[in-house]
Design a protein around this ligand. Structure first.
Ligand SMILES: C[S@@+](CC[C@H](N)C(=O)[O-])C[C@H]1O[C@@H](n2cnc3c(N)ncnc32)[C@H](O)[C@@H]1O
Length: 217
């Protein structure tokens, strides 16, 4: 399976810089706190597409062992500075989710992917989620959020047959509760709804995001 688009460094380096400059990136998101309330102490966690790293920092501050990853390593130093100010330890690694994930099978108690899995067509999305399942321990958690068609950026007339849309130069995807659910068919679902929100998009009135917390059987 080839990537539907190569990692867009130019776009993401600008975006992550903006995230780091905003106030919300200094606090965990509501979803991270919700997920933390479900997992056991001292979990081994992988965050994919961590962006400004606010949630990895939070999980690590709660005593979990964190590997924070993103397709760009441009801001790892800044995020590590934030970590050391709080005496938090985390490992940062550049990982492109479209590639084979560079971890052994059964490594993690939680793989956390907030707003990271809605850039790919069906085949690639399936491949990525298969990789996530592989690296989870049995009984391990997979938690994340994805965009929905209720997003103000969604435009049905621009949607291609493979479900992808070009939104100002970035290829994106918008799911319905029904269309995303099939990707979780190998997991036991603990929470699945469209009540997610994100502080980073509050000003764009993005709401009703799909939230999921699922378990590897
Ligand atoms: C919308 S931001 C979400 C950031 C963070 N998870 C949050 O919720 O605040 C999407 C993130 O996914 C990352 N990303 C996009 N495509 C990726 C890929 N192919 N591999 C790894 N990370 C990717 C971007 O660099 C960016 O940090």
């Amino acid at each position: 399976v080839s990537p539907t688009q190569p990692y867009n460094d130019n776009h993401w380096n600008k975006r992550i810089r903006q995230y780091l400059d905003s106030d919300w990136s200094k606090r965990p998101t509501p979803f991270a706190k919700l997920v933390d309330s479900r997992i056991k102490p001292h979990s081994t966690i992988l965050e994919l597409g961590a962006g400004a790293g606010q949630d990895s920092l939070w999980f690590a501050s709660q005593g979990h062992k964190l590997i924070m990853t993103d397709g760009s390593d441009a801001f790892f130093e800044t995020i590590q500075e934030r970590a050391s100010e709080k005496e938090i330890l985390l490992e940062a690694r550049m990982v492109d989710v479209t590639q084979t994930l560079p971890f052994n099978a059964g490594t993690f108690d939680l793989v956390y992917a907030q707003l990271v899995l809605h850039y790919f067509d069906d085949d690639l999305t399936k491949k990525i989620i298969g990789e996530i399942e592989r690296i989870l321990k049995s009984g391990g958690w997979f938690a994340g959020m994805v965009n929905t068609v209720h997003d103000p950026e969604y435009d049905l007339t621009k949607e291609q047959a493979n479900g992808l849309l070009n939104v100002n130069g970035l290829i994106k995807r918008f799911f319905t509760l029904e269309s995303f659910r099939s990707f979780l068919s190998e997991f036991e679902i603990e929470l699945y709804d469209a009540k997610g929100s994100t502080p980073k998009d509050d000003d764009k009135d993005t709401h009703d995001l799909i939230r999921f917390i699922a378990r590897k059987v």
